[in-house]
Design a protein around this ligand. Structure first.
Ligand code: PLP
Length: 471
């Protein structure tokens, strides 16, 4: 494709995307396809000759769009907000168009330095400690894996430089709660701790947050049994109920045992842009690492996860590589992000943050986040006031966990009822919610925060929920 052909096709694509974004409210929220429906519409072999751009656009329209659950839809209340703000989309497009090679500072100095500045802008905006440094990772899952790898190495005196942690006789242990994201369990397994060495610390029965006393007991028991606590993963805003683990207390206890504290604020990190929500991360200045996803509620388009660390030397010590072909004269003067994570080659992800913050402005983003928090509180009030309905967890952020509980329904019948009405809502295409287990019973999570969601959409959802569950 020549630049001139790109210009023509690019204009068409932007027009198509703008039209698509305009008509999303008319589309079903949940994709109405069955497994294999999309694959069956695609040819078995790649085309041998070029095809016209118009045929690609037609397939986007006819094959791809019906195969998407519309997470940019104003009545998308599923999993968690996965906003793709159009300002950030432009930044993502610019990043691809520039085609920069992010392997060392030298290969794309702007890629590294814009990233450093964006991480600093967002550090200041979220109130994280001024001495912390950050790096963009693809996802919170990778950020957690990186943190646990580094925690493992710090706990073992950097055993990777010798025979590795396998040569040690004190098993390393990791602590979190059963409400932590599944990516924590995955990271524990991938970093080689072994799932048997992951402790699920008890949570408070009302708030679902980690109980410090239970953490203290778990740490002491393990030490008494010849084990070595290596890391605690605290969650600020759990996936299920947006519970907030008490970071300050966790830091205090972990420090007594030299354990690394990683804070996973994948969803809730966006809330820290609001000064009145900074309490969520009270005590974070004593933690070792902190990750959150602008690609969720903030709107920076998958994938963009920020990992902040109190001391980047730990990352560098564990992950730096310096083959001859990557060396340059500026070594020591510049940041080499290849040494702050797993991949060598990195995309210019900072551009989408840069575009979004500049084109939308921080104040508009803050207003949107406040709107969503207020909408969640409003919905919770409606649910509490409606006979037969219950809010099941504190509404700390933008998620409302609820259940319709007809008087004659117990356990099995209640579970069947909840799953049936949630499925009916989702299959209608009118709105999307997520059923999830809480205390062994099915509940429904309403995660508010799609960029397009107004109070009217939340009110419409509440009507849909009542009509479907009470029918
Ligand atoms: N941590 C929490 C608390 C989450 O809610 C999620 C997303 O669902 C993740 C981690 C995983 O995020 P990612 O998809 O960026 O790996």
């Amino acid at each position: 494709m020549t630049p001139e052909e790109f210009r023509a096709a690019g204009h068409e694509l932007i027009d198509w995307l703008a039209d698509y974004r305009t008509r999303i409210p008319e589309l079903p929220v949940q994709a109405q396809v069955k497994p294999g429906d999309i694959k069956n519409q695609l040819p078995d072999r790649a085309p041998r000759a070029p095809q016209p751009f118009s045929s690609v656009l037609t397939d986007l329209e006819q094959v791809v769009v019906p195969g998407l659950t519309q997470v940019q839809h104003p009545r998308y209340f599923g999993w968690f907000p996965s906003n793709a703000s159009l300002s950030a989309v432009l930044g993502d497009l610019a990043a691809s168009g520039l085609g920069a090679l992010g392997i060392t500072w030298q290969s794309a100095p702007a890629l590294t330095e814009v990233e450093e500045v964006m991480l600093e802008w967002l550090r200041e905006l979220t109130g994280l400690p001024a001495t912390w440094k950050g790096v963009i990772q693809d996802t919170a899952s990778t950020a957690c894996l990186v943190a646990l790898l580094v925690a493992r190495e710090r706990a073992t005196g950097y055993s990777e430089t010798g025979g590795g942690f396998q040569e040690r006789d004190r098993p390393l242990t990791v602590y979190t709660t059963a409400h932590a994201h599944s990516s924590v369990v995955k990271a524990v397994a991938l970093a080689g701790y072994g799932k048997a060495n992951l402790r699920y610390v008890d949570v408070d029965t009302a708030s679902y947050a980690m109980r410090p006393a239970a953490l203290a007991a778990a740490l002491e028991t393990d030490v008494a049994n010849g084990r070595q606590p290596a890391a605690v993963v605290a969650t600020v805003g759990t996936t299920g109920t947006t519970a907030v683990d008490p970071v300050a207390e966790i830091v205090r206890l972990a420090r007594q045992h030299g354990a690394w504290v990683h804070v996973d604020a994948a969803m809730a990190g966006s809330a820290l842009l609001l000064p009145e929500m900074r309490w969520l991360a009270d005590g974070v200045d004593g933690a070792d690492s902190f990750a959150w996803n602008p690609h969720k509620w903030l709107g920076t388009v998958l994938d963009c996860a920020l990992l902040y660390v109190a001391d980047p030397e730990h990352l560098i010590r564990v992950m730096s590589t310096n083959p001859s072909y990557l060396r340059s004269a500026v070594e020591g003067e510049v940041t080499q992000f290849k040494d702050w994570g797993i991949p060598l080659g990195r995309r210019f992800r900072a551009l989408k943050l840069w575009f979004q913050l500049r084109l939308d402005g921080v104040e508009a983003i803050q207003a949107r986040l406040r709107r969503d928090l207020a909408n969640a509180r409003w919905l919770a009030e409606q649910v509490e006031a409606a006979p037969g309905w219950r809010v099941l967890a504190p509404v700390t952020l933008q998620t409302v966990v609820l259940r319709h509980e007809p008087p004659d329904h117990h356990e099995d019948a209640l579970n069947a009822h909840t799953l049936a009405w949630a499925d009916a809502v989702n299959e209608s295409g009118l709105a999307l919610v997520t059923p999830s287990l809480l205390d062994g019973l099915w509940s429904v999570r309403v995660s508010i925060g799609a960029e397009a969601t107004t109070r009217a959409d939340v009110a419409a959802l509440w009507q849909i929920l009542r009509q479907t569950a009470e029918a």
